[in-house]
Design a protein around this ligand. Structure first.
Ligand code: FEO
Length: 171
């Protein structure tokens, strides 16, 4: 059983995870168009991870015997200045998601909802991993600067990322 407040907040989080998926799908499409297939792969794996996050919450709400309400997903940006721009936007977006997860934990604590507190722990850890990965790639992109060879090497590396449902994000 979930309180009305908790249910509403979890429903909203599904929407945020779906928007995240949509945003990374857009970045994947942009990378593909730019000829950066490795970046396109990385963002498509990220899309799959975000859909997985949305489904985790979907299953949790159903397991609690509560009713889901799905809202419209906003349109993501389609144009990005560079790979660095995409990763800076990714990090900035993930920081808003981290805040949103922290707010959910705060609500679960104030509602004395122990089950949801435990459920959300996975997301708290996941956010640390995600921000870490983004920071790592941003640092490398800053080092690469205008070096085309460096960018192609990173592109090859990001092309090796594989989606793994329960695993933490790969570097
Ligand atoms: Fe669902 Fe990128 O956190």
């Amino acid at each position: 059983m979930l309180s009305k407040k908790m249910l509403n907040a979890l429903n909203k989080q599904i929407n945020k995870e779906m928007y995240s998926a949509y945003l990374y799908m857009s970045m994947s499409a942009h990378s593909q168009y730019q000829g950066l297939k490795g970046f396109a792969n990385w963002f498509m794996v990220q899309y799959q991870e975000e859909m997985g996050h949305a489904m985790k919450i979907y299953d949790y709400i159903n397991d609690q015997g509560e009713r889901l309400t799905l809202k419209a997903i906003s349109e993501p940006p389609a144009e990005f200045e560079s790979p660095l721009d995409m990763f800076e936007k990714t990090l900035s977006h993930e920081k808003t998601v981290t805040k949103s997860i922290n707010d959910l934990v705060g609500l679960a604590i104030s509602e004395k909802d122990y089950a949801t507190q435990i459920f959300l722990q996975w997301f708290v850890t996941e956010q640390i991993e995600e921000e870490g990965n983004d920071n790592d790639i941003i640092s490398r992109l800053r080092l690469i600067g205008d070096n085309g060879n460096g960018l192609l090497m990173l592109d090859r590396e990001l092309g090796a990322r594989v989606y793994s449902p329960e695993a933490a994000p790969e570097k």
